[in-house]
Ligand binder design. Structure first.
Ligand SMILES: [Zn+2]
Length: 188
């Protein structure tokens, strides 16, 4: 335990990443970054455009240069420059920080040398993330292309959850029996 504390703790690593993120956020211009994905038009103090997170014909998506945030009045999406890139590119926070830094020409510090233990931890984490992604995809597929799943989908629709919403939140269906996922993964 004492040994663990003397090494670079996850909290300390987060803090290192955090201070770089703060610097990137101060220097990045959200209007320019969002502008790479969305055609923006100046409207008063803000910039508006068609929301990339839901389909619409009239712009309800706004970017605030002063507050450095975006917000959609249509679907409620909103956040800072990192959140935007995370959602658009489907990447995690650290990658989003790096991506924004690169877009804005901010030098990204070389990754610190990882200890074998940290490397193992990272490998395990990414393996687990992969397994979860595959499992999630499996349940989504069950919802969309099995008779049981389609019944569940009809129920969702009945409760006001349409396909678009189900897809956005990654809703899936777990077939009865509780072994379907195991059987799918087993040969791997
Ligand atoms: Zn929206």
């Amino acid at each position: 335990m004492y040994n663990t504390l003397s090494r670079s703790s996850p909290r300390k690593r987060m803090a290192e990443a955090g201070s770089f993120a703060d610097r990137v956020k101060q220097q990045a211009d959200i209007v320019r970054v969002v502008g790479e994905y969305v055609r923006l038009k100046k409207s008063g103090q803000n910039f508006t455009g068609l929301c990339p997170f839901h389909s619409e014909k009239t712009p309800s998506f706004a970017v605030h240069p002063v507050k450095q945030i975006y917000h959609c009045f249509g679907c409620g999406a909103g956040g800072d420059v990192f959140k935007f890139v995370m959602e658009m590119d489907k990447i995690a926070f650290p990658e989003a920080v790096r991506a924004v830094a690169e877009k804005c020409g901010i030098a990204v510090p070389a990754p610190r040398e990882r200890s074998p233990e940290e490397r193992r931890e990272n490998q395990l984490r990414s393996a687990l993330v992969d397994v979860h992604k595959e499992a999630a995809a499996f349940f989504v597929q069950q919802l969309n292309s099995t008779p049981e799943g389609r019944a569940a989908k009809a129920y969702l629709l009945d409760r006001g959850v349409d396909s678009e919403t189900a897809a956005r939140f990654g809703l899936g269906f777990a077939p009865s029996g509780g072994e379907a996922l195991f059987r799918t993964f087993k040969p791997k």
